[in-house]
Design a binder for this molecule. Structure first.
Ligand code: HEM
Length: 163
């Protein structure tokens, strides 16, 4: 327990739930493996969407790619958030003060903001775009920001263990 952490994080780590995650042999490994597998699925869906927005698979209808990829990405993100919350509960006080974890949370916020702007401002206009028609620069820029931020989130996720 890191006593320099805000009280809420110490309380979470010291709670029965936090103790359960740490003390059961299988709970932490299952949450960890679920987190990593869901990250792989999420990254695959995001990569397909972003590659299409940046001009790959130009013969496909962009709206179809968005529709299919979005469903996989949202489901995988749900599993990531749930398993991530379980991992966090086990060592909340230490993680709350970890600079790489703090950077990861900030980057997740930025990446989700980018998704929100894309979904509200750009995605509705892409519905009419037929295959092979070049997409607006804004859509390509959004895809680039998406790939860059999600990859940085993944790098931070792995990097937490070393700080
Ligand atoms: C949505 C909220 C998320 C929470 C609360 C969360 C939380 C965590 C926690 C607590 C760890 C364990 C850190 C440690 O003690 O070493 C972790 C690991 C990791 N996270 Fe997340 N995470 C989230 C989202 C993501 C996302 C979106 C990605 C990737 C795009 C990601 C990628 C990773 C990776 C690669 C690891 C390292 C796994 C390992 O090597 O065992 N996380 N995460």
């Amino acid at each position: 327990m890191d006593t320099a952490a805000p009280a809420a994080f110490q309380a979470l780590e010291g709670s029965g739930f936090g103790a359960f995650i740490r003390q059961t042999v299988w709970m932490y490994p299952i949450a960890n493996v679920t987190h990593v597998v869901a990250v792989v699925v999420f990254a695959g869906a995001v990569a397909v969407i972003d590659a299409r927005l940046m001009g790959a698979f130009a013969g496909t209808a962009v709206s179809e790619v968005l529709h299919g990829g979005r469903r996989v990405a949202v489901a995988a993100f749900g599993a990531i958030a749930l398993s991530g919350a379980i991992l966090f509960s086990a060592e909340a006080s230490h993680l709350a003060l970890n600079p790489i974890f703090q950077t990861k949370v900030l980057l997740i916020g930025l990446a989700l903001l980018n998704v929100l702007v894309f979904e509200l401002a750009f995605a509705p206009r892409l519905r009419e775009f037929p295959p092979r028609m070049p997409l607006p620069a804004t859509a390509r820029a959004s895809a680039f920001v998406s790939l860059a931020t999600w990859l940085a989130v993944a790098a931070c996720g792995r990097g937490i263990a070393y700080f």
